[in-house]
Ligand binder design. Structure first.
Ligand SMILES: Cc1cc2nc3c(=O)[nH]c(=O)nc-3n(C[C@H](O)[C@H](O)[C@H](O)COP(=O)(O)O)c2cc1C
Ligand SMILES: O=C(O)C(=O)c1ccccc1
Length: 429
């Protein structure tokens, strides 16, 4: 896949994803090559199931409870249908760029923060971050990462910034599972700042793990093996506090105790309140703060009242409280209530370009996508993740064209009609 970013006469660069469809056809026609894995979002899940370890696949795939919310996320997308327009002149080249917090982003897609990426493929966070960098997609580093923040950033940062051919690294964001101890929080945020993360995502909905039958039945909990703790174990303040409490031990000499100590810090946040968020703002000090996991108009209004820069309308991909509404259901109401006061981002259930179109038309300024990219990683490492990302962006680009829209900023609700055939996903196809 080419990583070129040439400028054309209309100012919007020829994007690395915009030729991907042609590249795949030509590879097949001229070279007899097949894509590295399927281009079909549903088959992708099946391919991942075959390639990944059962525990790894189930961890990514699984929802909470009976997966009612996870299924509802997909059903919600099926209920909105697009209304295309024609004969309005060429839509090419499409402008997928957006403005978020005063900065221009090439596309409205960001890689969702996903924990423990080395559990799905040895290239882990570095693999996904490099796939994102090749496509200019922002990478959001999770607090529960299996690789050290600074190492992941160094692995994707261009070492020769003066070279005119090298595209600049896309922005990086940092996702926080909020520790109880402010000194540890301060240290993590200071490191994220120093590593160049430009925005802070604070996840509200996962202060404790939900009831996840697939993982419970397999007894799979990455932290118990010391996985997903790299950020904490590499943190000087955390290490100091651990040594103080455990007689000079280090996370390396006493993995189990250090894992418990770390997870006790980052997954015990139910005590935090709206008032405590002031501390976070002070500790972060610079750049936007986005609250992830908002599902009610009331909490969205509170986020605006507390002057947060953004929210992610999300149900964590149906992995937390089973039975909650699909996040797409709440998106229009939340946008109407607070869209003029803060930036509304969306995630949970996006699988296709048309899904992204729908979320943006309902008022989201940008979207996060999680599982599909991790399936690509699990199947074929960084190359697989890049294939999925490029496919999703190419699909979005083409779907926009087919809908008769030239720029993301022109999307609006008049492009959508809600239909409800009732019943399950298949009957509403
Ligand atoms: C395996 C896995 C791990 C995740 N880890 C995190 C995490 O560490 N932090 C976080 O804020 N969200 C995490 N999420 C939630 C995602 O950021 C995102 O909200 C969700 O995946 C969106 O749904 P989708 O997978 O349908 O796109 C995780 C999701 C998955 C599937
Ligand atoms: O599994 C998740 O959804 C998640 O958010 C998480 C939390 C801790 C470690 C890894 C992932």
């Amino acid at each position: 896949m080419s990583g070129s970013d040439e400028k054309n006469e209309e100012g919007q660069g020829r994007q690395p994803y915009s030729q991907y469809q042609l590249e795949l056809y030509m590879g097949a026609i001229l070279g007899g090559r097949k894509p590295i894995t399927t281009t079909d979002p549903n088959k992708l899940e099946q391919e991942a199931r075959k390639s990944m370890s059962p525990e790894g696949f189930n961890y990514v795939f699984g929802g909470a409870g009976e997966q009612a919310t996870m299924e509802a996320n997909r059903l919600a997308f099926r209920q909105w249908k697009l209304i295309p327009r024609f004969l309005r002149g060429s839509t090419a080249p499409r402008d997928l760029s957006i403005k978020l917090f005063g900065q221009t982003y090439n596309t409205p897609l960001l890689m969702a923060p996903i924990g423990v990426q080395a559990a799905y493929h040895p290239s882990g966070e570095k693999g996904v971050a490099s796939a994102c960098a090749a496509l200019n997609v922002p990478y959001i580093y999770s607090t529960a990462s299996s690789m050290v923040l600074e190492d992941v950033v160094a692995s994707t940062t261009t070492t020769t910034p003066t070279s005119s051919s090298a595209p600049p690294s896309p922005p990086k964001w940092f996702q926080l599972y909020w520790p109880l101890d402010d000194e540890i929080t301060a240290s993590l945020l200071g490191r994220a700042r120093a590593a160049g993360c430009t925005a802070l995502v604070v996840t509200l909905d996962t202060f404790t793990m939900a009831w996840r039958p697939l993982d419970l039945d397999a007894g799979f909990l990455p932290f118990a093996k010391g996985e997903g703790n790299a950020l904490g174990f590499s943190d000087p303040v955390f290490r100091h506090k651990f040594a103080e409490k455990f007689d000079g031990d280090t996370p390396e000499t006493n993995v189990m105790a250090a894992s418990l100590f770390w997870t006790g810090e980052v997954f015990s946040g139910q005590g935090h309140t709206w008032e405590d968020l002031a501390t976070l703002r002070r500790l972060w000090g610079h750049g936007p703060i986005v609250l992830k996991g908002v599902l009610s108009v009331e909490d969205a209004l509170l986020a605006a009242e507390h002057r947060f820069d953004g929210i992610v309308v999300s149900n964590h991909g149906g992995r937390q409280l089973d039975g909650v509404l699909p996040s797409l259901e709440m998106l229009p109401e939340i946008v109407d209530a607070v869209g003029h006061r803060l930036t509304v981002i969306f995630d949970s259930g996006i699988r296709t370009g048309a899904d992204i179109l729908k979320a943006l038309s309902l008022g989201a300024k940008a979207v996060f996508v999680g599982r599909p990219i991790i399936y690509g990683l699990g199947i074929a490492g960084a190359e697989g993740a890049q294939h999925v990302l490029a496919g999703l962006l190419a699909d979005l680009d083409q779907s926009m064209g087919l809908a008769g829209v030239k720029a993301v900023e022109a999307l609006n609700r008049s492009m959508l009609r809600r239909i409800n055939y009732g019943g399950d996903i298949k009957s509403s196809l």
